[in-house]
Design a protein around this ligand. Structure first.
Ligand SMILES: [Zn+2]
Length: 57
């Protein structure tokens, strides 16, 4: 499976597909739809975490 949001989500796929969110470390079992697709919200942390934009320039 392709990671659509690698900055937020890490994919742990053994023994079952599982995500781990990089921001808070929350583990999550995404609900896979028919056809093996994931809903868009599965690529966001269920706790609503977002990466802080780094504005160092
Ligand atoms: Zn989070």
């Amino acid at each position: 499976m392709r990671n659509m949001n690698p900055k937020i989500v890490g994919i742990l796929d053994f023994p079952h597909l599982k995500f781990r969110y990089n921001v808070c470390g929350q583990a999550w079992n995404p609900t896979i739809k028919l056809g093996g697709r994931l809903s868009r919200k599965d690529w966001q942390c269920p706790n609503g975490c977002k990466l802080k934009e780094s504005k160092e320039s």
